[in-house]
Structure formats: C-alpha cells, structure tokens
Design a protein around this ligand. Structure first.
Ligand SMILES: *Cc1c(COP(=O)(O)O)cnc(C)c1O
Length: 395
C-alpha cells in the first residue's frame, strides 16, 4: 500500500469499486445532510454534511493525492479557496501577491486590506528588485499565480518558495491554469495549492467549486475547521460532478494543450496578429522556466490584434466555434476580451501598464478538432479586416 500510484491512475481509479454496501463500481453520491449516531455519544465518520460528507471527502482525498499533498479542503468556489488560505492572517501580517493575479483575487485581497484584516503588497514577481523589496518587508505569506492571466507570464516557483521559506513565509500557489496534470507546486516547495475546480479539474463548465491542498496535515485540519465555521464547504453534488470530471483530466488536458500549441504556432505566423502569449513558444519570455517546472504548456493563450478594439469587435462577431465567454478549462473553446470582460474592473491606466492592451484576446482551447478551430480563427482574422494587416506592415 505504500507505493504511490501515478497521478493518472489516481485520477481514473481513486474510490473505484470501494463501495461496501452494494459493490457499486462508481462511488455513490451521498446527498444526505445528516448521519445517524451509532448510539449515545457514538458518532460515525460523518455527522453533518457542512462539516464532512463522504462524497466531498473522496474528492478531497483525490485532489490531495493528485497534487502530492497531505490533505485537501473542498469549498464552494475558487474565491472561497483563496479566502480560506489567507484566513489565518492577522492585521499586522503582510501578504505578497502578484500584481497581475486573477481579478477576483485582486478584489478580495484589496477588500481584506481595506478592512484591516491583513496587509497586501502587489508586486511584479518577475522583477528581482521588486521581489527583494517585498521580502525585505518580512511577509507572512506569498501568493504565486503562474502562468498568469491573461498574459501567461511565468514565474519560478522553486526560487520564490526557497526565498519565502528562508524568510519564514508560507507560500500558496494558485494552480488553476495548469491543474495537477501539468504542474505540482507542493513538490516545488509550496505549502498550499489553490484551485478553482470550476476550470480544468471539473472541466465541463457545469460546476463552480474550489479547493485548497495542503503539504501539511495540521494546516488542512485548521483550514477545514474554518471552512466549517464560515460554512463555505463544497456540496455533495458538486463534489460528485468534479470527481467525474477528474476521471478524464489527463487525456483532456493532453489533447487541449496539443491543439493550443498548434493554434499558437498558427497565430504567430499570422500577419493580422501582433503578438502571441503562449509559454510553449520558444519566443515566450517564460518558456525556459515553464519547460523546467511544468510537465506541459497548457491550453490557455492570448494574442494581440494590432487593429485594436475595432478589429476585436469584428473578430468576436465572426467566430463560430469559439464562444465569447469568461471562464476557461472546459471541453468547449472560448474567447474572452480581457479589457472589457475579465479585467474591465481594473483602472484603464493600470491595465495598460500591466500590458493588457485593447487588442488583447484570450483563448481557452477545448476538445474540438484542431483544424476546425484554426479554420474558425482564420475566418475571424480575415473578418477582423485589412486594418490589422496594414498596421502590422507599418510596425
Ligand atoms: C476562476 C479563477 C479563480 C476563481 O474561481 P471561482 O471558481 O470562479 O470562484 C481564481 N483563480 C484563478 C486563476 C481563476 O482562473
């Protein structure tokens, strides 16, 4: 029993054929909110589903094993997971977060700072000078998000966790963009992994959920107890669905990233496209780090139309297979325009300073045939108009 299974085996097989009641091969879903006591003062493994639930526990154990952690806490959304991981911070504690973190994370951490719950510094973690200054301020925790959204910037997890450990800080990595199929931050020294399971783990765009996976069992117990106190634990139904999604995580992601690379290469050669941001391209600034710390480059990419907003409008009105929508990681291909969608809440000057131009589009690559997706892009790029071509030539 001590031999660890390959994560692919864990994803496909965890909890299979373990049912003692009927020998069900697929683990059953337990919707019951409450569980009988065996007798006076004799509680069973579960007593009330906010506190613990067999279906949610199986998902938590699966996630812990996939990430190489000791235990996991399953919560009702990715945001609940982000909030939970920093719930132990006090007013004097400093958190170092990426300047280009997920928009909802930026909003949450800023709100907690404004309420005086803890202090936050947003820094460019790819800039050694800013990192030096941040670590000189004795942070209690560091949040890492790599690759970042939407520009796919990559930072070195092992290097930052090494510095954090020396400074006595704990490190949480938001691993939503890659999933444990492609990156396992706990093995690179992180203390916590955060997931929006809404994305690749569930993978079918029909569950909103989150999880925190811990390297240390006592951390998981502490966070699990707090999730029960504030009532953000995940539902049995969502846990069942997410476990079902995880069964096919590895083949989904493998196929999706293969298509993403083909699309990134196609876009890179396209005259209407000014820039492509995909860590799998040797031209990407984070290519070498991504190659070293990831086991694949993922299925998210972004690119810039040189024709700006006008070209963007024509492009998104012309795609037929790509759907204009937020979110990512599902079996369907999506296109998003960060300046007017995911990052619309950001101050325009700050947005431009962060490199998010008006012509930027983000793609989440699904499981459609690569040539159909490329045909769709070709058609939409053509519709985006000769203006983009002219600008490219002028550049
Ligand atoms: C979506 C997302 C979140 C938030 O997750 P929800 O499930 O929407 O609450 C956090 N971090 C990243 C990187 C995300 O993509």
């Amino acid at each position: 029993m001590s031999k660890k299974n390959d994560p692919r085996t864990v994803a496909a097989n965890k909890g299979i054929a373990a049912d003692t009641a009927f020998g069900a091969v697929t683990p059953p879903i337990y919707l019951s909110t409450t569980y009988s006591f065996e007798g006076f003062e004799r509680a069973r493994a579960h007593d009330y589903s906010r506190t613990s639930n067999p279906t949610r526990s199986l998902l938590a154990d699966t996630l812990a094993e996939l990430e190489g952690g000791e235990a996991a806490v399953v919560v009702s959304s990715g945001m609940a997971a982000v909030d939970l991981v920093f719930s132990g911070l006090r007013s004097a504690d400093l958190l170092i977060a990426p300047h280009d973190c997920y928009g909802g994370t930026h909003r949450l951490l800023s709100a907690r700072r404004d309420l005086g719950h803890f202090d936050v510094k947003f820094v460019d973690q790819g800039d050694p000078k800013q990192l030096d200054e941040a670590f000189a301020a004795s942070p209690a925790m560091v949040l890492i998000e790599t690759p970042s959204n939407p520009l796919m910037r990559v930072v070195d997890i092992r290097s930052i966790t090494g510095r954090a450990r020396k400074a006595g800080a704990k490190v949480a990595v938001d691993n939503t963009f890659l999933s444990p199929a492609l990156q396992r931050p706990l093995l690179l020294g992180a203390h916590y992994v955060i997931h929006s399971t809404t994305k690749y783990l569930n993978g079918h765009s029909d569950v909103v959920g989150g999880a925190v996976i811990c390297a240390d069992k006592s951390d998981a117990e502490r966070l699990g107890a707090w999730a029960n106190v504030v009532g953000v634990t995940g539902s049995a139904f969502d846990s069942y669905m997410t476990l079902r999604g995880i069964r096919t995580l590895f083949p989904r992601v493998a196929q999706q990233q293969e298509t993403a690379l083909a699309i990134a290469r196609y876009l890179e050669d396209c005259p209407a496209v000014a820039r492509v941001h995909y860590p799998g391209l040797p031209s990407h600034a984070g290519h070498a780090i991504a190659k070293a710390q990831q086991s694949g480059f993922g299925a998210m990419l972004s690119f810039e139309l040189s024709g700006g907003l006008k070209a963007v409008r024509r492009f998104v009105e012309s795609v037929r297979l790509f759907t204009l929508a937020e979110s990512l990681g599902g079996i369907e291909s999506l296109v998003a325009h960060p300046p007017t969608m995911t990052h619309a809440g950001m101050d325009p000057a700050a947005r431009r300073a962060a490199g998010i131009t008006d012509g930027l589009l983000r793609l989440s690559i699904g499981l459609e045939a690569p040539h159909d997706l490329i045909d769709d892009l070709a058609h939409a790029l053509k519709a985006a108009g000769p203006a983009t071509l002219a600008r490219k030539v002028a550049r």
